[in-house]
Design a protein around this ligand. Sequence first.
Ligand code: FES
Length: 109
Amino acid sequence: MPGGESIEAASGTRLLDAAFDAGALVPTICGGKGECLACVVTRVTPYGALSPPDRLEKKALGSALILRGERLSCQAKIEAGCVVTIPAKPGGPGAAASPGNDIESSSEL
Ligand code: FES
């Protein structure tokens, strides 16, 4: 995948933790508490490869951004192999419109 990285992570691992373990730069201000929205990723494929958004994530992002495919990497857990994009221009929700770096995760189930 051009410009992308592949990482392996166990099923149930927070996407943010998997990215950090692999050395991927995902911004965080709140330390993974779901408060800063800096860790947004997008274009998760296939749909459903991450845990469903929980109440905190739904409240933080709102349904419109979730429907656009944006997720908080500090809240979403890997459930299956997937590809996500870390926006090149961090800045929380909506930053996904900018091109970014893809990371591909293969999950150990
Ligand atoms: S790291 Fe702050 S919301 Fe995810």
